[in-house]
Design a protein around this ligand. Structure first.
Ligand SMILES: NC(=O)c1ccc[n+]([C@@H]2O[C@H](COP(=O)([O-])OP(=O)(O)OC[C@H]3O[C@@H](n4cnc5c(N)ncnc54)[C@H](OP(=O)(O)O)[C@@H]3O)[C@@H](O)[C@H]2O)c1
Length: 239
């Protein structure tokens, strides 16, 4: 096993914190964004690698695979974190809003995992951690597209767990609740107070809350955990 992790969507929010925490744990971190960014500067680790990747483009995923292969730094830990929302009530939801979210969150997950899983199979070690959402477990008004993509991640992760458990590859889901990032900035302070009333811990989560769980699932402490959903949501959804 190598200590190399690939984090999609590492330019900000949860992905950036995940990259920072893996770096502290001694991993070589490869982080992606659609644009130009300098992960090393953002997390204070000059060995971190910043790469461009667009989940909507199979070509960009395959290009990244070839680059990492040529440098002999294919990851043994894959964090499928990048994702988007295009919220709208179902009756008003445009085909484009549906297509873009499914294409990014679900088809992107398929493409990235498909590209990077084979070396893990060969090495008989791998950790795949997919970032879903509480919305994929309990549904959310205005998020039929997003919830569908995030629920599908559960079936994806569990089927993969069944197929690859014998190869020492674990596949788990982390389902964050409401976390303070760009994705939740559309909520104003009054909305946040209202939402928090339904959260047993009475607050939004932090990126650290989520990142710690993700790093745990990649660690030796989680060697026998696969096919699971771990909610990091302050108790918002209990099942
Ligand atoms: N925040 C929450 O409350 C919350 C709750 C539940 C689940 N989640 C999930 O947690 C994950 C991270 O969320 P976040 O709040 O940290 O989001 P965020 O702050 O909006 O960051 C999203 C990340 O995804 C990347 N990204 C977006 N579209 C992409 C594409 N087509 N190809 C490649 N990268 C793309 C962005 O990179 P660039 O824009 O730099 O390309 C960015 O790094 C997402 O999957 C989200 O659904 C978040």
């Amino acid at each position: 096993m190598n200590k190399i992790v690939l984090v999609t969507g590492a330019s900000r929010g949860i992905g950036l914190e995940v990259a920072k925490l893996f770096s502290k744990e001694g991993y070589k971190v490869i982080g992606t964004s659609r644009g130009d960014f300098n992960l090393g500067d953002l997390i204070g680790d000059s060995s971190a690698m910043s790469v461009q990747l667009d989940l909507m483009s199979k070509e960009s995923i395959n290009d990244l695979f070839e680059v990492l292969k040529s440098k002999d730094i294919l990851p043994s830990v894959l964090i499928n974190n990048a994702g988007i929302t295009k919220d709208q009530l179902f009756l008003r939801m445009k085909d484009k809003d549906w297509d873009e979210v499914i294409e990014t969150n679900l088809n992107g997950l398929f493409r990235v995992t498909k590209a990077f899983i084979k070396p893990m199979v060969k090495n008989k070690f791998g950790r795949v951690i997919n970032i879903s959402s509480v919305a994929g477990l309990m549904g959310n008004s205005g998020q039929v597209n997003y919830s569908s993509s995030k629920s599908a991640m559960v079936g994806f992760s569990r089927s993969l767990a069944k197929e690859l458990g014998s190869r020492n590859i674990t596949s788990n889901v982390v389902a964050p609740g409401f976390i303070e990032t760009d994705m939740t900035t559309f909520l104003n302070d009054d909305d946040k107070i209202e939402v928090s009333k339904n959260i047993p811990m009475k607050r939004f989560g932090t990126v650290e809350d989520v990142a710690k769980c993700i790093v745990f699932l990649a660690s030796d402490n989680a060697n026998y955990i696969t096919g699971q959903i771990i909610s990091v949501d302050g108790g918002l959804f209990m099942y």
